[in-house]
Ligand binder design. Structure first.
Ligand code: BTN
Length: 260
């Protein structure tokens, strides 16, 4: 498959949530459209949380995929890698990694989050996927204080502010390329890349499951069927979703100054 020329970037001044807007107006957009807003009044985060979306500071975008031949959860690999690659372009040498299920971290701080949503018809027929990417672009250190967890931005890491419209074009190009790669080389290729970018395998973590249960153990694998496998005292438990807690020792610097 050659270059994907379909799909436009639609810039909105303000919206409640680009994901909500993309899902509700799905039929009006061409495949591979990217809806970007300058601000969101009700940005959606994972597990019902709000995504802090101040005006003109960050990238809030929803990418529409109408022909998704894989399982819905597999789209999160594409979105995670796409966000990470977009950030990497402006922060070369930074210590970027993915924390399952799909937070993008720079060292110890979160720099981007992903929330994908499935679009179904009224008869519950699958119509496509909306990849929701929130990437911290121009937030200052002072701005990050308002966020409920340690976070950083491209400007903080890369030393300069970016034009959000130009950045959106890069994100769109990268997502289209990853999609083409998945068709050409298989979704396994995207999965392998995504898994390589995760740092959790072999590490001790705690997972807070959907029902609030806290399970501590060592991560054994991030499986192709979307689960995290956690080794706990002679047992292996697996989870499709959850929040991961990592302790400070996770970030200890090794001999070569690389995060181990
Ligand atoms: C997370 O909680 O880590 C996921 C955050 C995802 C936020 C993005 S911003 C663009 C898109 N529109 C939304 O309402 N949410 C996603």
């Amino acid at each position: 498959m050659g270059k994907l020329n379909r799909g436009n970037i639609i810039f909105l001044e303000s919206v409640d949530s680009t994901n909500r807007y993309a899902v509700d107006n799905f039929a009006n957009f061409a495949d591979f459209s990217l809806i970007v807003a300058d601000e969101q009044s009700s940005g959606r985060g994972r597990r019902g949380k709000k995504w802090y979306s101040p005006k003109g500071k960050n990238f809030y975008g929803s990418f529409i995929i109408k022909n998704w031949p894989y399982k819905a959860y597999q789209a999160s690999w594409l979105a995670g890698l796409g966000a990470m690659e977009s950030i990497k372009l402006s922060t070369p040498g930074s210590n970027l990694w993915i924390k399952w299920p799909n937070d993008i971290f720079c060292g110890e701080k979160k720099i981007a989050g992903i929330l994908n949503e499935v679009k179904s018809s009224s008869k519950n027929r699958f119509e496509g996927i909306v990849l929701g990417l929130g990437i911290n672009v121009n937030m200052t250190v002072e701005d990050t204080v308002t966020v409920d967890q340690p976070c950083t931005s491209i400007a903080i890491e890369g030393g300069k502010n970016l034009n959000i419209k130009n950045f959106s074009e890069k994100v769109c190009r990268i997502l289209k390329r990853l999609y083409s790669t998945s068709l050409k080389n298989g979704i396994e290729k995207i999965y392998n890349e995504w898994k390589k970018s995760n740092r959790l395998i072999g590490k001790k973590i705690s997972l807070i499951s959907e029902n609030g249960r806290k399970v501590s153990g060592t991560v054994e694998d991030l499986s192709f069927d979307g689960r995290i496998l956690l080794g706990t005292e002679g047992n292996t438990e697996s989870f499709h979703s959850g929040d991961i807690e990592i302790d400070k020792s996770f970030f200890k610097i090794g001999e070569n100054n690389a995060y181990s």
